[in-house]
Design a protein around this ligand. Sequence first.
Ligand SMILES: *Cc1c(COP(=O)(O)O)cnc(C)c1O
Length: 441
Amino acid sequence: MAVALGRRVMDYVVDYLDQLASEPALHTGDAGKAVAEMVRAPGEKPGDLDRLLAALDGAARTGVNTASGGYLAYFPSGGLTSSALGELLALTLNRYPGYASIAPGLVAMEHGVIRWLCDEFGLPTGAGGLVMTGGSMATLPAVVAARDNRGQGLIYVGEHTHHCIAKAAHIAGMRDRVRIIPSTSDFRLDVSLAARMVAEDRAAGLRPMMLVATAGATSTGLVDPLDDLGQLARREDLWFHVDGAYGAPYQLTSRGRERLAGIELADSIVLDPHKSLFLPYGTGMLLVRNERTLHRAHAASADYLQDLDDFPDLPDFATLGPELSRESRGPRIWLPLHLHGVAAFREALDEKIDLARWVYDELRREPSLELPWTPDLTVVGFRKASGNRELLHRIHSGGEVFLSSTRIGGRFTLRLCPQSLRTHAAEAESAVRVILSEVRG
Ligand SMILES: *Cc1c(COP(=O)(O)O)cnc(C)c1O
């Protein structure tokens, strides 16, 4: 039974991947039938696998296909198949990684990836971290650790900081303590303004606690001056958090490493392997300069956990974050890295930087378009003098490409990010062709 089921599902996976290249980025048809089919309560009697797979396939063909090469919105990942297979292995083994003594081998897998990344970012011995389900989730224990380490106080963020910081601050009981620092005219966090606001708050008897820099802002993809902000944080004894959910993995490339200089000063770094390491949705990571800061903020004991022994040189992840029971998140990231090799990731990220630069140069030649910034990494923004919302709708109407938009200085701005593992020169060329034809049309 299990064998037949496995073979049939694998056949579906292979067929699906085979035709993925010709899938539209946006399914423009009516999703009503698929939704009605999927929302049905389970029946008492066994279902038929082929019928169920057909229903699943119908569901997959609704909405935005974030796995397609034409998906250029927000931050695409594409989703490495090797990672999906790693997840199948993880859930098949079904081991519990909360305490190292229960599953030392699987905990070591996660720990190994964390240690490797800590080294890539220049964090010292004693650094550690956690694999969570996304950047927002990974941010929460960072904010809690900062609070417990420095004591409740003010959190300084930039105008373009992701809202996950404010959310985490809210959950951690510091909703009213978030200070927004306006950007410079080139859309980056203004360091001298930050220094002034911190000094004024201190003079007013308040307690500055945490400074958040962004390595690759969600709207613009631009990197804040990490080195200057890190120095400011050191001088002012603030917890220095770098939100690199999107941008931090570019550290694996030489151009990215140049842009991210100063990230080694961070007390905590968030990065999303489900964005820029091409993993499927569901993997975000937190790295901290000192693993003990996470432990102090999250360790708890309970009578029913008294049988759990320490395991030498491996962390107990349940004591470093909010989760107790969870799946083993090692295989989904360990397998792709070891199977493809790190060079494959460096090359893929370099390819995406080149693609973004190419798209930028192509769009810049169109006189009716304004491009408010030059990409640091892989986000290209553009707009016309007016009618940008309609332009976005027209670009999407064929279903071939899917972009997103934001507001920059109050102005509606289209953005695209050619970062999916399935986006290559041909897909970037299609996107430019569709955009220019709608801009000129
Ligand atoms: C995407 C993103 C986040 C949030 O990560 P999720 O994985 O979506 O929860 C946080 N910060 C930045 C800069 C992001 O781009």
